[in-house]
Design a protein around this ligand. Structure first.
Ligand SMILES: *Cc1c(COP(=O)(O)O)cnc(C)c1O
Length: 480
């Protein structure tokens, strides 16, 4: 028996490499990432490889160990230099990410100590740290100290937590789900509809509230719609406002919608996944007015707090309903005494064991302080306004509304021919160039190109390069 154990121990020790081996790997990984970061300024924002990353399939698993240098070269060719480069300041498509360097170090620290951040008992300090971050976000949004929430993997899970909590707060039987009415605009993020379906509310009625000319939800239309539904015996249940739509960055009238929701005792959710952290800028106080009246808020630190993907947050006032939706226990967890002092992340989220994602948020905010985040956010706002101004000076280009935040939309209107088809060609040409990346959208049948300035590495030189590429490609396309 002992011999057999020893034999297997010999093999399993391979999983715990000695100091020298770790140092060698550290060195190689750090050299690799340093090269990646130091080459970013020259790197493409978009790569279109013919095999679409299929080369990585040559690195399938096997019984034998591989060399790190070979793996890193595969990673570089088939993953890092393939598709969109979210680390590049030239990426201005969708709502791009970022990836602050200290966040990578925070992830490293989290993986090494592997603290169990789902519950207070095994990792009191880790849970305190995450709840401290949530309290910071709560305070930023003007929520009371009694509010709580969760550091999620992203805005979609945050929206899901908000929807199931609202469902529990209402205390309505499944047989009545078809009578529930959810109010949103057609510019709401699709993760909300997805959350509604996952929450079992697929039979609820969705009311797409009409937008005004500036693409904001129209309060009077909302009010009339709620009244009509009430009179018809339906249950107005949930109002979703967008604090910056993904499509155009437009801010709904947050305070007016709050007033209406309160008047009819409807759950008021503000999806601030894109725009929420702009609240760090005092000059945007007016736009955020009323967000403190929300029942729940979705935030996405992996957007405008520049963290790597996989960090969202949700803030909720009704702790009881939040617990009702998520709190479970198990026989094998009987040692975990209920500590009222701190909220267990597992009691307020679908997750039990989870990534200790607080470290990737806390480390950069502490190492840099909040000030440079304000500067970067203000810079992004100004860059979007600058682009919006400059592109209008180019003959033939028209723009959407003045950007509320850091997304601008524009299109070229050719003297003749199909404008939508032209803009499709234009965006293809920009993407083929690859130095910058943009994406597009359709509003009422009209094809628009979007510029989303969100990455912390996007500066004036990238926006100028973008303008230069647009002008050059437009000349090319109009001269054929
Ligand atoms: C990005 C976004 C979401 C979804 O968040 P993920 O982090 O991608 O899951 C939800 N709502 C809005 C407004 C968004 O911009």
């Amino acid at each position: 028996m002992i011999d057999k154990i020893k034999e297997q121990e010999e093999i399993s020790l391979l999983l715990d490499p000695p100091h020298e081996q770790r140092e060698e790997w550290n060195h190689e990984i750090l050299a690799h990432t340093a090269h990646f970061l130091n080459s970013l300024e020259k790197a493409n924002a978009y790569y279109q490889n013919e095999d679409k990353g299929a080369g990585i399939l040559n690195y399938n698993l096997s019984d034998e160990p591989a060399r790190l240098s070979d793996l890193l070269s595969g990673l570089k060719s088939h993953i890092e230099e393939d598709g969109i480069n979210p680390a590049s300041g030239g990426h201005m498509g969708y709502i791009p990410g970022g990836g602050l360097y200290p966040s990578a170090l925070g992830d490293y620290l989290a993986a090494i100590s592997n603290k169990y951040a789902g519950l207070f008992f095994p990792a009191p300090g880790a849970v305190r740290l995450e709840n401290m971050l949530l309290r910071w976000m709560s305070k930023l949004m003007g929520f009371p100290e009694s509010a709580t929430g969760n550091l999620t993997s992203g805005g979609s899970i945050s929206n899901l937590i908000a929807v199931v909590t609202a469902r529990e707060a209402l205390d309505v039987r499944a047989a009545d789900f078809h009578r529930l009415v959810i109010y949103l605009s057609d510019q709401a993020h699709h993760s909300l509809q997805k959350a509604i379906r996952i929450a079992g509310l697929g039979e609820a009625q969705l009311r797409y509230v009409q937008l005004d000319e500036e693409l904001r939800m129209d309060n009077e239309v909302l009010r009339a719609s709620i009244k009509k539904d009430q009179d018809a015996g339906l249950i107005p249940f949930f109002v979703n406002a967008s604090m910056g739509t993904t499509n155009t960055g437009t801010i709904d009238p947050i305070n007016d919608l709050a007033t209406i929701a309160a008047e009819y005792s409807i759950w008021y959710h503000v999806d601030a996944a894109y725009g929420g952290f702009f609240k760090l800028l005092p000059e945007l106080e007016k736009e955020f007015n009323g967000i403190e009246k929300a029942d729940s808020i979705t935030l996405d630190p992996h957007k405008c707090l520049f963290l790597p993907f996989g960090t969202g947050a949700v803030l909720i006032k009704n702790k009881k309903a939040l617990y009702k939706a998520h709190q479970y226990t198990a026989d094998y967890l009987q040692d975990l005494i209920d500590v009222e002092e701190e909220v267990n992340p597992a009691d307020v989220s679908p997750e039990l064991t989870k990534h200790f994602r607080g470290l990737r948020m806390w480390l950069p905010l502490k190492l840099f302080g909040i000030k440079p985040f304000r500067g970067a956010l203000r810079e992004k706002l100004l860059l979007a306004q600058y682009f919006h101004q400059e592109i209008q000076k180019v003959p033939g280009f028209v723009v959407g509304p003045n950007p509320d935040l850091s997304v601008a939309i524009f299109r070229y209107v050719p003297k003749s021919g199909d404008a939508n088809a032209f803009n499709e060609k234009l965006i293809k040409a920009i993407q083929d160039d690859g130095r910058v990346f943009l994406s597009s959208t359709t509003l009422e049948g009209v094809f628009w190109i979007r510029v989303a300035v969100v990455i912390f590495r996007t500066h004036l030189n990238h926006v100028d390069l973008l303008l230069e590429i647009i002008k050059r490609e437009t000349i090319e396309l109009t001269s054929v």
